[in-house]
Design a protein around this ligand. Structure first.
Ligand SMILES: NC(=O)c1ccc[n+]([C@@H]2O[C@H](COP(=O)([O-])OP(=O)(O)OC[C@H]3O[C@@H](n4cnc5c(N)ncnc54)[C@H](OP(=O)(O)O)[C@@H]3O)[C@@H](O)[C@H]2O)c1
Length: 345
């Protein structure tokens, strides 16, 4: 199986290349800089891997770079700046597409704008295939399925604590933090009307202060769950860090995070669902090293699309993949997931 990785020279892209090699899948390294792409192939122990140089403004070269692949993974961000030419080239080449974006405006735009072109090309376009986008969407689907009545509200929370992040993430977060935070309310996307609030983190005795952030789930969950409200929140201390992350600060962050700090980083994505009859359930997915997890998730998603296909069009992770089966695959790499019913309100 041949998976094209655009942005293979970056930190996340190189981890995806390494994960493809680990799983005996053949990466095609695509990007604008041949020297950097070759360095990644050599570092990953696959010096003979195929390299294809294509600039973003060279549509023909980009399309040709994807032409004989089984799927395209895009890890070149900020996606708001560089994402769309890659989506268009993947669709033109009739290849399934996934990416590692965490940028809400871009995610919403791709899901809304490229559905028809993807349908016409007969391919699936699945953005936000990351350590928060996939677990959040899948665990929300499984949590809601525990309730026997129509949904009143879904809340998705990214409860990671401050830890290691790449310069690429810092650049993207700096761009997001200045935006108006959005939630899904009255069945439409609009400015979040809650400020800081609290929630109970699994395994922790004290409530955690959380603040609104338009996590990927705010845009993906309403596309497959019939709910009038979807809110996204992160720890308030993380929100404060993002708010202080101007573009200049982001440039001072190392391209590759410290390996020990990464290994020690834990992420936890929680979904809480409340039904109109007051019944409640929550589910969570937790693991270590968010970038390694993103690589595992992106490779498994690309492999499933290449092998099993999916409905044509723009899809959320829960629309593209069987939630239980995908999370069970992640569990083989140290991820834990669980769903439980809560006392009614
Ligand atoms: N949970 C999440 O939301 C999550 C998790 C992981 C990653 N991500 C996202 O993934 C993206 C990549 O992160 P990273 O840490 O890997 O960043 P990075 O190390 O800075 O890599 C960026 C990649 O984009 C390419 N690129 C940048 N500008 C380009 C341009 N004008 N034309 C073509 N290619 C260009 C770079 O190519 P060169 O080498 O040629 O410069 C490089 O391959 C970020 O947006 C990050 O937020 C999100």
């Amino acid at each position: 199986m041949r998976i094209a990785v655009h942005g293979a020279s970056g930190f996340t892209g190189s981890l995806i290349v390494a994960e493809l090699a680990r799983r005996d899948l053949s990466p095609i390294l695509v990007g604008r800089d041949e020297t950097r792409l070759r360095a990644v192939a050599a570092r990953t122990g696959i010096p003979d891997a195929e390299i294809r140089v294509a600039a973003l403004d060279d549509t023909a070269a980009l399309t040709a770079a994807f032409d004989d692949s089984d799927a395209v993974v895009n890890a070149a961000g900020p996606f708001t700046l560089w994402g769309e030419p890659v989506v268009r080239a993947a669709i033109a080449a009739h290849r399934h597409y996934i990416d590692t974006t965490g940028e809400p405006g871009y995610l919403h735009k791709i899901l809304s704008t490229y559905d028809e072109p993807a349908k016409q090309a007969g391919v699936a376009v699945v953005p936000a295939v990351t350590d928060d986008g996939v677990p959040g969407d899948l665990i929300a689907a499984l949590t809601a399925a525990r309730l026997g009545a129509p949904l009143r509200e879904v809340r998705v929370a990214d409860l990671r604590r401050p830890g290691a992040a790449s310069r690429g993430t810092a650049r993207s977060m700096a761009a997001i933090a200045v935006l108006d935070q959005v939630e899904y309310r009255d069945r439409t996307w609009q400015s979040a009307n809650e400020s800081a609030t609290t929630l109970i983190e699994p395994g922790e005795p004290e409530p955690v202060s959380v603040t609104p952030l338009a996590l990927p789930g705010v845009y993906t969950i309403p596309r497959h769950l019939d709910t009038p409200i979807v809110r996204g929140v992160i720890r308030t201390e993380m929100g404060e860090i993002f708010a202080g992350l101007g573009g200049e600060v982001a440039e001072t962050i190392p391209e590759v995070p410290d390996a020990d700090a990464l290994a020690a980083s834990r992420w936890l994505i929680l979904a809480e669902a409340t039904a109109v009859d007051g019944s409640r359930a929550r589910g969570w997915v937790t693991g270590f090293d968010p970038y390694a997890a993103t690589a595992v998730i992106a490779v498994e998603a690309a492999r499933r699309l290449a092998l099993d296909g999916a409905a044509a069009g723009t899809l959320t992770p829960a629309q593209a993949f069987d939630a239980t089966s995908f999370l069970d695959h992640l569990a083989t790499t140290g991820v834990h997931w669980q769903v439980e019913e809560l006392a009614s309100v």
